[in-house]
Ligand binder design. Structure first.
Ligand code: FAD
Length: 485
């Protein structure tokens, strides 16, 4: 079949590999001059920065793409497991390292917070248990096809719904499991992995720590961008044709079927179309005459981010590749986010890839990716927010690390909700499509296929099963299973 893919985000690239591996003739149309969408990189005055994602979990879904194409993954894509996932800092000078190894992490928590190691281990076992019960249903299958629900293993899992903690929140589960406020805050932070609010998101999302502390957090050789680069090169080697600087203007329909696309005014016929564009803009811009799934398109969006990319002239032995400097009042921070505001004491995330790859920064220097959670773009005065947040973020780093950061910054670049939308078409600059705050959110995301238009499929962070690299890769896998050969 002749297949068109709209967008070369990671889900578009993964779909290209899967379709080409089946022998289809695949063409990708990408609005930017480069592949990867949010998963891209840039250089600034001798510093290399990964522009978007910094944390890599579930590498098996990248490996799988190479296997599907008949290539040994290690020959093209290598990564290492991080011994410490993240260093955590509080204003009262409490510091702890979240070791990837669960028992080591639990002993650290016992030593630094005085919480019995068994408590954290039990909480992590609870994460594993919930994932094993629910993961395959909610993440690996289309929730919008009858055959998913007629499968016996799914029926058995659904009988265990009371164990999913769907009717309580992540925060309540964490309070029940570990009690200690700092440890609850640390575990609540996992809600931000898909742009949600731990005080609203269903307790089922406490599965996330399982990925980091049982399976591991990883770093690809060459940086996060190497995920994009290696999958892009794999697709090219399979004969996929890429068209950059090519914005798709319309998906063409005939008698309820998608029959082609319009690019730069030219009509191009295809038998199947896979859309990696944010589903909101896909309907509004490419399918303006098709029925619009309003309820789906109006779902609450996930949070966005404000990122300062700073070239820093300093070696920071107290910092790791991933670091979190917590706010004093986590609940207030999320209340403000849900009101469309930014806290004056935000939790600060610092990612430094030069810890792993010294060549990412000049000698004696580090490439800091400093991020805070902010709401999606609802017309706020972002210029004022950026200015205030810059001062507050620096003051917080200075207080906790005892440095004078403003004197150490060699160069700066900024990414915020408006530029995220401009660069990747992400509706309102949301990082992860719709939020998971609603208990029904898994069912309310757009399916991976159109229920009204034949031959049209959807992949990427704005559709099922959601945002983040592993889930985007799973969306491509689901579409692979849905497309008839
Ligand atoms: P996107 O990356 O959204 O790309 C879509 C592509 O489609 C773009 O290249 C766009 O130009 C193109 N396009 C859109 N419309 C058209 C059109 N009409 N014609 C042609 N091309 C079009 N995830 C993690 O797993 N770990 C993290 O640590 C993490 N941190 C993040 C931090 C930030 C700052 C951001 C922004 C995201 C982060 N994420 C993280 C989320 C992750 O980056 C996304 O979920 C994922 O990369 C989205 O991939 P996608 O396939 O949906 O496509």
């Amino acid at each position: 079949m002749k297949i068109a893919i709209i967008g070369a985000g990671i889900a578009g690239l993964a779909s290209a590999v899967r379709m080409a591996s089946k022998g289809h003739q695949v063409e990708v149309f990408e609005a930017n001059s480069y592949p990867g969408g949010k998963l891209s990189q840039f250089e600034l005055q001798g510093y290399r920065f990964d522009a978007g994602p910094s944390l890599f979990t579930m590498p098996q879904y990248v490996d799988e793409l190479f296997r599907v194409a008949g290539v040994t993954p290690e020959s093209r894509f290598r990564y290492q497991r991080l011994p410490i996932v993240c260093n955590y800092f509080w204003e009262d000078q409490t510091r702890l390292s979240a070791y990837a190894d669960a028992p080591e992490f639990a002993s650290e928590v016992e030593e630094k917070l005085g919480v019995k190691a068994e408590k954290l281990l039990l909480s992590l076992e609870d994460s594993r248990h919930k994932y094993e019960l629910s993961g395959r249903i909610f993440l690996e299958k289309s929730l919008h096809r009858w055959d998913t629900w007629l499968n016996w293993s799914v029926v058995k899992a659904m009988l265990k719904i009371p164990q999913f903690d769907l009717f309580t929140t992540m925060n309540r589960v964490n309070e029940r499991m570990v009690q200690h406020p700092k440890l609850v805050q640390l575990l609540n932070r996992f809600a931000t992995y898909n742009g949600s609010n731990p005080y609203k998101v269903p307790g089922l999302l406490t599965i996330i720590p399982h990925f980091e502390h049982h399976q591991g957090a990883f770093y690809p050789e060459g940086g996060m961008h190497h995920i994009t680069q290696s999958v892009f090169e794999l697709a090219q080697s399979l004969g996929v044709q890429f068209n950059f600087n090519s914005t798709v203007e319309e998906i063409l329909l005939e008698k309820g079927r998608a029959t082609g696309i319009k690019v730069n005014g030219t009509v191009l016929p295809y038998e199947r179309i896979i859309c990696n564009m944010d589903v909101f803009h896909a309907y509004r811009r490419l399918l303006p005459h098709a029925p619009q799934p309003e309820k789906t398109l109006r779902q609450e969006k996930s949070t966005s981010a404000l990122i300062f990319y700073w070239g820093v002239q300093r070696d920071s032995p107290e910092l790791n590749m991933h670091n979190i400097l917590f706010s004093e009042d986590y609940r207030r921070e999320f209340e403000l986010l849900s009101q469309g505001q930014v806290s004056d004491d935000p939790t600060v995330y610092i990612n430094i890839t030069s810890k792993h790859t010294p060549g990412d920064a000049p000698p004696g220097c580090e490439n800091w990716f400093v991020m805070i959670n902010v709401p999606y773009n609802d017309g706020q005065n972002w210029d004022a927010i950026i200015e205030q947040s810059r001062t507050q973020v620096m003051a917080k780093i200075n207080r906790i690390l005892g440095i004078k950061l403003q004197d150490l910054i060699a160069c700066e670049e900024i990414l915020e909700p408006r530029s995220i939308e401009r660069k990747t078409w992400s509706h309102l600059g949301a990082l992860y499509g719709t939020s998971s705050n609603n208990r029904m959110s898994a069912f309310l995301r757009h399916p991976n296929f159109s229920q009204k238009i034949k031959n049209l499929y959807f992949v990427g962070g704005s559709v099922h099963p959601g945002g983040g690299i592993p889930l985007c890769l799973l969306s491509a896998k689901i579409v692979d299973e849905l497309i008839d050969v």
